[in-house]
Design a protein around this ligand. Structure first.
Ligand code: AHM
Ligand code: MG
Length: 332
């Protein structure tokens, strides 16, 4: 019998993190059960509220958010939750023993729900120091993350986590997340790039050049294929296992990128790096690229551009972006 998630975390990282993971895995199982039968249970469709991102909340967004918050609320080790779905962080009062703040996108890719395409849950865990406010504790660079995980509700439901000692995968079977891949290593390079090419006309010149060179094989010696689900977890999970690169560059609509630093880019950047991959921003505004995990956040819902994946492709993007710095006159 393969090791369970909780056993794995307890052995490597101790009781407190294992207890937190048990709670988060419990939330994932509730979300999974609800998603699997959603078309039969009136669980699909809009909830009728727009979140702080200006996006229509789906009923399942609200269910997933309640599931995550409800699961960790009773743990004395958790001081609060920052969620994509809540404008303000939820702070649990009177928690002298709080060690963690949970930062989450409870149901990422929810616009794909109505068409039965993969969605995911993302969690980043930051440490809270004695007396530290949960909101401020969340506003640390990704290098300070204690742990990161996602759940991919795909043909199999898989939970992938790191707590700083490798990236490990677990598959849900009969109510238990069981170890199915230990110390995952992202291929050094891969066959695919993944980007919403519908926005290509709005991408900076460096991004367009990079994609062209991947397609024609002049950058890394092979011609790249294209894959894009439009669910970050599905696109990242494929990139983790097969290699390649996922990009969300600036667009006219989202000049600072679409994805959120704290609960989308940071946790997946930690998982990528722990598997030998890399993650940077797209070096917008005529700057060179920055490592995602070193960006100092200013507010919980801030966005970033993102280039994440195998070491070779992300490094090559950095080279193309650096060559473009200074070649385009910047507006004063
Ligand atoms: P969401 O958090 O509102 O679900 O939005 C995030 C999703 C990601 O899952 C995905 O990578 C991205 O939006 C796709 O955006 P686009 O449709 O612009 O390509
Ligand atoms: Mg989301």
């Amino acid at each position: 019998m393969p090791k369970t998630l909780v056993e794995h975390v307890r052995e490597r990282h101790g009781d407190a993190l294992a207890e937190l993971f048990e709670a988060l895995a419990g939330a994932a199982k509730r979300i999974e059960a609800r998603i699997r039968t959603a078309p039969l249970s009136d669980a699909l469709g809009a909830f009728g509220h727009t979140n702080v991102q200006g996006e229509q909340q789906q009923k399942l967004d609200v269910f997933a958010n309640d599931a995550v918050i409800g699961a960790v609320r009773t743990l004395g080790s958790v001081g609060g939750v920052v969620s994509e779905e809540d404008d303000e962080p939820v702070v649990f009062l009177d928690r002298p023993g709080a060690r963690f703040v949970v930062i989450t996108d409870p149901l990422d890719g929810s616009s794909n729900l109505d068409v039965d395409v993969n969605v995911g849950t993302i969690v980043s865990v930051q440490a809270i120091g004695p007396g530290e406010d949960a909101r401020l504790a969340a506003l640390k660079p990704g290098t300070a993350q204690v742990a990161a995980l996602y759940v991919n509700y795909g043909p199999a439901t898989m939970l992938v986590y790191t707590a700083g000692r490798g990236t490990h995968a677990f598959t849900l079977r009969e109510g238990e997340f069981l170890l199915s891949g230990e110390d995952l290593a992202m291929p050094e390079r891969g066959p695919y790039y993944s980007v919403n090419e519908g926005n290509a006309a709005e991408f900076p010149a460096a991004v367009r050049t990079y994609l062209e060179k991947l397609r024609d094989g002049s950058l890394l010696g092979t011609k790249y294929g294209s894959r894009y689900v439009g669910s970050f977890i599905a696109d990242f999970h494929r990139t983790l296992l097969k290699g390649g690169v996922f990009l969300y560059p600036p667009t006219a609509k989202t000049p600072k990128g679409k994805l959120r630093l704290l609960y989308e880019a940071n946790p997946l950047a930690m998982l990528a790096e722990q598997a030998g991959g890399r993650a940077t921003d797209a070096g917008e505004d005529g700057r060179e690229t920055r490592r995602i995990l070193e960006i100092v956040p200013k507010e919980p819902h801030e966005r970033t551009t993102l280039v994440i994946g195998s070491a070779a492709e992300v490094a090559a993007f950095g080279d193309v972006a650096a060559a473009a710095v200074g070649s385009v006159p910047q507006e004063k």
